[in-house]
Design a protein around this ligand. Sequence first.
Ligand code: NAD
Ligand code: MG
Length: 405
Amino acid sequence: MSFRTVTVLGATGSIGVSTLDVIARHPQRYRVHALSAHSRMEQLAAQAAASQAAVVVVPDDAARARFAAAWQGRARLPEIRVGAQALADTAADSASDTVMAAIVGAAGLPSALAAAQAGKRVLLANKEALVVAGRLFMDAVRRSGAELLPIDSEHNAIFQCLPHAGRASAPAAPAPGVRRLLLTASGGPFRIRPLGELAGVTPEQACAHPNWSMGRKISVDSATMLNKGLEVIEAHWLFAMPAERIEVLIHPQSVVHSMVEYEDGSVLAQLGQPDMRTPIAYGLAFPERTPAGVSPLDLARHGRLDFETPDLARFPCLRLAFEALRAGQGACVALNAANEIAVEAFLRGAAPYTAIAAIIESVLAGDWPRAGDALGSLDGLLDLDAQARERARETLARLGVTGAR
Ligand code: NAD
Ligand code: MG
């Protein structure tokens, strides 16, 4: 058993909270070094106190003041670091060996990449980092010798079903003998809702996921199935698998978290409760296994497991993600940026649900680079990301929505 010192980026989010829950179950295995959060400083202070974090990272001076105020009455204030550069520096900090990358959106890319470049064990929840910077990120992992462990439940399932000889790796080619990866998807809250009603659905309805409890952005992505599209791109990079060998299957019960199909006809699946503490505990303890606080799976209670092919007319975002993956890295940056802008507008009630796919489609129709310098550096990718966000805002404005961030 190796003792690990862990930094949790995005500690106050759904994945962050689950990560701290698993860590707290194993004080003899894990210690917290640093925690980061973007808002909710009272929650961050409570987490830092409970986990005895040495460092917290907050976005600006106002947040620093709120953190310090929330700390009042407790002993030994942690070191408070401020800003985006401090976040990336903390991800690479030599005081920790393991980094949970659980910030939502492309905002999490620089810190996740810094952890990869610094050769950490990177527990990657932030799928947007791979969508935006797949090649750069995987190259960084290979060059530094980082250990990359996927936390997204589907990719964690696939990782568990692939041969890896007890070592995490960033493969340059598909694992020998593997024919296809089968990514399962619940289909979200609108799997069977009449198509004509989708224009009128509310953020609350979109965030009411039937099986998983998650942050609001990924909940909307699950409703549109853009989340599965991002996961197809994520699987492409993690497992060096071409798009045509990745299949998406709707599985409403969310018991089978994904599968690997081998050339001899074998299909290996990983099953479990829809509880992110399972993949988190797996990534923290790999290659060992530890309790995660998750109750046993009762298959007899489920009785049956269903599978169906996704309907691309209902889920245009899934089609758009496959198109972006085929069109190249620039299009993937644009897909992700347009989605982040569109989902933010939908969540604050400024754009209808059906505008999300329309905005992504309109932004993707632009001319995005397949190759070239822009895609080879973090700055180049962030620049493209900013351009795509601007396009998405223009599209929103044409639809009569203003004030998009
Ligand atoms: P969340 O919204 O619950 O939490 C996000 C965290 O990121 C918070 O701590 C927040 O303070 C921080 N954050 C937000 N914006 C930031 C910014 N601009 N700069 C720095 N920090 C910022 O999100 P979540 O559901 O925990 O998801 C986190 C990531 O994990 C996402 O990429 C998501 O796709 C992925 N993921 C989540 C789940 C899940 O079950 N929640 C499952 C698989 C993958
Ligand atoms: Mg997932």
